[in-house]
Design a protein around this ligand. Structure first.
Ligand code: MG
Length: 250
């Protein structure tokens, strides 16, 4: 038996009415917390820097870095030569963006090929290495937290191609006697892909010693390593004040 079009329309209208009616009787959950309004922020061009970032390399100068005068700055790019660079300003918790390219001309192998590194607080290294078809120990390849944790995946691009690190860092908190209050944490994306998710740092990332926390200040300099290879950098910026918004209970 075929239903008449009037009956079909009536059933449709009734079900539509029933869904609206159900919506009216549902109570919305409200936390009651009085949230401050999130600040409106210009995120900048793709790759940043956002409007509230501290720009550490804008393509023109490494004036904000000790040792920056030794590096070559040309065409918007800084190339590592003759020593590492250490930021004059000191940082704790932060969001950090770094763009890098390992040498196009492949020389050396393993740890000797395109080696550099981003040292948070001058002592916690997120390794930079040419890991495109360049075997080495896994907790020392590109994206590793050196000697502590390999990256989840190897997303290294070819030598000479630009790559990105986006790092969210929670600084460790240390007591006055140097003992650990709370560990450091690193979340990192390499070329937009997650490689560390809230990794708990075990201490410094030394080549010669097991990880161990050493007393340091709440804020320390950022360091970029020179390991004998001309690694290129551009667009380095950092954001502080990354704690969550806090609301008030009524
Ligand atoms: Mg290194």
């Amino acid at each position: 038996m075929r239903m008449s079009s009037t009956l079909i329309f009536t059933l449709f209208a009734f079900s539509l009415f029933a869904s609206f009616a159900a919506g009216w009787w549902v109570d919305e959950y409200k936390s009651g917390i009085l949230w401050p309004e999130p600040k409106v922020l210009d995120s900048g061009p793709p790759g940043g820097p956002p409007a509230d970032a501290i720009v550490l390399f804008d393509g023109k100068s490494l004036d904000g870095w000790e040792g920056g005068d030794k590096w070559k700055v040309e065409g918007g790019v800084a190339t590592s030569v003759g020593g590492g660079i250490t930021s004059k300003q000191k940082f704790g918790d932060c969001q950090l963006h770094v763009e890098f390219a390992t040498p196009e001309k492949v020389e050396g192998s393993g740890q000797g090929r395109g080696n550099s590194g981003v040292y948070l607080m001058g002592q916690y290294e997120l390794q930079i290495l040419d890991s495109h078809g360049n075997p080495t120990y896994f907790d020392g390849q590109c994206g590793s937290i050196y000697k502590q944790q390999p990256p989840m995946v190897n997303v290294s691009r070819k030598p000479g191609e630009w790559q990105t690190y986006d790092i969210v860092f929670t600084a460790p908190r240390l007591n006055d006697d140097g003992s650990l209050k709370t560990p450091g944490y690193i979340t990192a994306l390499h070329n937009g892909v997650l490689i560390h998710n809230h990794f708990e740092l075990q201490g410094t990332t030394s080549y010669t010693e097991p990880p161990k926390y050493h007393k340091h200040a709440d804020k320390e300099s950022l360091h970029i390593q020179f390991h004998g290879n001309p690694v290129k950098f551009r667009n380095i910026w950092l954001r502080e004040n990354i704690e969550p918004l806090v609301g008030k209970k009524p």
